[in-house]
Design a protein around this ligand. Structure first.
Ligand code: SAM
Length: 363
């Protein structure tokens, strides 16, 4: 294992604990996605994962990893579903007399609230559980040691904001905005460039860690190639956060300068970008790539309060780090109003397929 000392960019975990703004209490939208995807993931495991080969030597252990697991409970549901599907796959083939053992690795940044995660691991579980701290943009596991890798709503997080965006003389200086939604071409290119670098690093590491025949199932916000960010519901929400911050700057609660140099490291990739990156790496092939519609939260009479509390559970950390925790209540109050004011933009946004679902198989 090579040990390279690099300066790690800061990380911003979801709100920990079990309080009113915690991720564990405010991630039921994501959980709804887990439930909708169950049938697709079952199908991928049953049709694409050659489980018999995995248990051909004894003792057999099947190793699963959930990358960007946060604090639960969604990760426990996803991992249980995957194990159920693997077991079903094995029993349906009839000649498996002895079930393999299962080991599940729960990965997230070291700053994630692993204490809450560990306290809530289901006591009755058919697997050995381990926490793995560190960025999934680098190596986390030994070579060829994993058979099933899962990551839901995590790969949209960029590892950093590209350097050119911190330079006020650069065309990528994002004045008055905090995301690539409705931003200049230079800003959009900077975001896309960073996503490409991150995804390349992700695929390279997984190529080393996933055993031949293993599968990787990824779910993240996405967008069709020709639809602008300003038509994607979640990207509109990021823009509304920017507008709320600018309102607060005009009132003098924060400075415009603080807004100018703040950018959310969140991206929504398109199928063409993903296909190009997977092809470039050449260790995986795409078994399935679909843009799914599971965004009912943005349809017909948007519940601004619910959407905003979900965003707060994920973004409070990064926002309070930059602007100070004292502005957070007011910002999210403003955001509820902004979401109501511009709900017509959400109503008319593109919803046919904004969730990227990807099944990759290791050659
Ligand atoms: C929105 S949460 C998703 C949690 C869970 N997968 C779910 O679907 O509910 C995204 C998680 O990804 C984690 N994450 C983001 N970038 C990461 C990275 N480079 N390495 C590991 N975890 C990362 C965040 O810390 C966060 O806990």
């Amino acid at each position: 294992m090579s040990n390279v000392e690099t300066k790690m960019p800061p990380t911003y975990p979801m709100n920990g604990g079990e309080g009113p703004y915690s991720y564990s209490k405010n991630s039921y939208f994501q959980r709804a996605t887990t439930n909708v995807l169950k049938a697709l993931i079952d199908e991928a495991i049953i049709e694409k994962l050659n489980v018999e080969a995995l248990v051909s030597s004894r003792p057999a252990t099947i190793r699963l990893a959930d990358l960007g697991c946060s604090v639960g409970p969604n990760t426990f549901i996803a991992m249980q579903n995957a194990i159920d599907a693997i077991q079903m796959n094995l029993t349906s083939r009839g000649h498996i007399t002895e079930m393999p053992e299962f080991q599940v690795f729960f990965n997230d940044h070291a700053a994630n609230d692993f204490n809450t995660l560990f306290k809530s691991v289901p006591p009755e579980r058919p697997y050995y559980a381990a926490g793995v701290p560190g960025s999934f943009h680098g190596r986390l596991f030994p070579e060829s040691s994993l058979h099933f890798v899962h990551s839901q709503y995590a790969l949209q997080w960029l590892s950093r904001i590209p350097d050119e965006m911190s330079n006020r003389n650069s065309p990528a200086w994002n004045k008055g905005k905090i995301h690539c939604t409705n931003a200049s071409e230079a800003v959009c290119n900077a975001y896309a460039g960073q996503f490409n670098k991150d995804m390349e690093a992700f695929l390279k590491s997984r190529a080393e860690e996933v055993a031949a025949g293993g599968i990787v199932v990824l779910t993240m916000p996405g967008k069709p190639d020709d639809v602008p960010y300003s038509k994607i519901p979640v990207c509109l929400m990021y823009d509304f956060i920017g507008l709320s911050l600018m309102d607060m700057a005009k009132e003098g609660t924060i400075s415009e300068e603080q807004v100018d140099c703040f950018n959310l490291p969140l991206y929504a990739a398109s199928p063409a970008e993903i296909a190009r990156l997977v092809k470039m790496d050449s260790s995986f092939h795409i078994e399935t790539m679909e843009l799914l519609n599971t965004q009912s939260r943005y349809e017909g009479g948007v519940n601004a309060q619910e959407i905003v509390i979900h965003l707060r559970a994920g973004l409070e950390g990064i926002i309070s780090k930059h602007f100070g925790s004292e502005i957070v209540d007011e910002l999210f109050r403003c955001l509820v109003e902004k979401t109501r004011e511009f709900s017509y933009l959400l109503d008319s946004s593109y919803k046919e397929g904004t969730l990227m679902f990807l099944v990759l198989k290791r050659h």
